[in-house]
Structure formats: structure tokens, C-alpha cells
Ligand binder design. Structure first.
Ligand code: ADP
Ligand code: MG
Length: 250
């Protein structure tokens, strides 16, 4: 990695641990469970130590690929950065509120794709007029021209995911987290989304991209972190980290 001394730190992850408490019944412990009920069940509570002391600093204009096998803790790390999963030890500091791609788009299945674009935009803080001006671009980007007046419930999961990606990225994000959202489209859609991610990064954004596509990571990231069993195995140049990861998985 180049010495990042002149770049602004945007996210600092400092010795982060995340431990999930799981009831052995398969149910997760929720705030609704009374403490007494939890105590009675405590013998059947198991804990999953999903992150075990992860530390790194992300800088402005960083586009960080996050790789690792299933269950290694990638999504947990992303949720901890976005603030939706609490850390059980350590701390995370962010220069602005990180957004997880897609969560903002509270869409309604019975409405058409077009009406959902307007709705999703309103949820992101755009006006109706601003969204109407962007409508064509979003439809084009999502590749849903012929389907845009049909209710969203008739869309395949891939079409829905493309629509959500297209809506969520009309906004420039300072810190954007994309957790396996690129796997949803065909090649052309993947190209468009990667280009959009680079554009956000170039507008002084910081991006985390979790993906199993090493090609997407190579094409969009300047840095890669490899998480294995809750620990940070490697952090650095994409080609080097990807090679080491692939060598380890055989
Ligand atoms: N909400 C949860 N409750 C309990 N355990 C969880 C929860 N989310 C993830 N885990 C566990 O934490 C570990 C890491 O999972 P995850 O962060 O989803 O990994 P990845 O995204 O790399 O596949 C796994 O063992 C998984 O079963
Ligand atoms: Mg995951």
C-alpha cells in the first residue's frame, strides 16, 4: 500500500470483536425476551465469536474489497461499520454515517417499478421532481425498460435487486457499503454497477465491496482485506491479497 499520510481517514476500525448470543433452540435472543426468561435459558445459550479483534483504517477515495469464505465474518464487519450490529469489544469511528446499499429503499411490491423509483427516491431525501428527472436514467441503468409499469411483485429477485441498486446509487455516498449486491445482474449490469461504484469513489467517497467475484474486486478496488474466521488475514494490494486468498482455498 502507498503511505496514506496525506489522505483523510474516514473509517477507523479498532480491535473490533462481535459476539452473537444464540439460543440453542435456534432462536436469537431479542430485547423482548425478559431477563428472567433468558436466565432460565442461559444454559442453552451459545455464543458465536464472529469477529475477533479486527483493526484497519479506511481513507477517503479508498475502494476496499472484502473477501473471505462463507461465514468468515464479512457481513458482520459491514453491519458493525454501518452501526446496525453492536461491537462487544473495540470501537468504530466514522467521519460520516455509512450507508448500506439497499436498506434505504423501502419499496412496495404492489406498486410498479416506476412508482417505486419515485418512492425510493423520496425515502433518500430527493423531491418528486428530482426523481422524475432521474427516472429515465435509473430505468435504463436497471435494465428494466419493458417491465417498468408492471408491479414489482412480478419481478424476479435479480430484477428487484437491480432496481434497488439503481435507486440507491442515484445518491452520492460518502461511505457506501455494498454487500454482495453485484452478483445479481448479467455482465452488462455488472459493468454498469462497477462503473457507478468507481464514480462514487472518485467523488471522494469510500466504498466497501463484499464480493465473491474476484474480477469485480480487481476492476473496482484499490485495496483488499481478507477476513478469515473472524480475523484480518491480510490488508493490501488487490492482486497480492487475492493471490494469497486463492492459494489458501486451493
Ligand atoms: N445475526 C446472527 N446471529 C447469530 N450468528 C450470526 C448472525 N449473523 C452471522 N452469524 C454467524 O457469524 C459468523 C459470521 O457470519 P457472517 O458475518 O454472515 O459471514 P460472511 O458474511 O463472511 O459469510 C457465522 O458463523 C454466522 O453463522
Ligand atoms: Mg455475508
Amino acid at each position: 500500500m502507498v503511505a496514506p499520510t496525506d489522505r483523510k481517514p474516514v473509517v477507523i476500525v479498532d480491535d473490533v470483536h462481535v459476539e452473537y448470543k444464540v439460543l440453542a433452540t435456534g432462536k436469537r435472543a431479542t430485547a423482548a425476551d425478559s431477563s428472567r426468561k433468558l436466565m432460565q435459558r442461559s444454559r442453552r445459550t451459545r455464543s458465536v465469536h464472529a469477529l475477533k479483534g479486527v483493526s484497519f483504517t479506511a481513507y477517503e477515495n479508498d475502494s476496499i474489497g472484502v473477501i473471505g469464505s462463507n461465514g468468515s465474518g464479512k457481513s458482520t464487519l459491514m453491519r458493525a461499520i454501518s452501526g446496525s450490529t453492536p461491537t462487544s469489544q473495540g470501537a468504530i469511528y466514522a467521519a460520516s454515517r455509512p450507508s448500506m446499499l439497499g436498506v434505504g429503499a423501502a419499496l412496495i411490491k404492489d406498486l410498479s417499478g416506476e412508482r417505486n423509483i419515485i418512492l425510493g427516491g423520496l425515502a433518500l431525501g430527493f423531491t418528486r421532481r428530482e426523481m422524475e428527472a432521474r427516472l429515465d436514467d435509473i430505468v435504463e441503468f436497471a435494465g428494466l425498460r419493458e417491465f417498468i409499469n408492471l408491479p414489482m411483485r412480478t419481478y424476479s429477485s435479480g430484477m428487484t435487486a437491480r432496481l434497488k441498486f439503481a435507486i440507491a446509487t442515484v445518491q452520492d455516498h460518502e461511505i457506501l457499503i455494498v454487500d454482495e449486491a453485484l452478483a445479481v445482474g448479467d455482465r452488462a449490469f455488472r459493468r454498469r454497477s462497477e462503473a457507478r461504484i468507481r464514480e462514487i469513489r472518485d467523488n471522494a467517497g469510500t466504498i466497501f465491496l463484499v464480493s465473491h467475484s474476484m474480477q469485480s474486486i480487481r476492476d473496482t478496488c484499490n485495496r483488499v482485506i481478507w477476513i478469515n474466521k473472524g480475523t484480518l488475514m491480510m490488508d493490501g494490494d488487490p492482486a497480492e491479497v487475492i493471490d494469497a486468498y486463492q492459494a489458501s482455498t486451493g
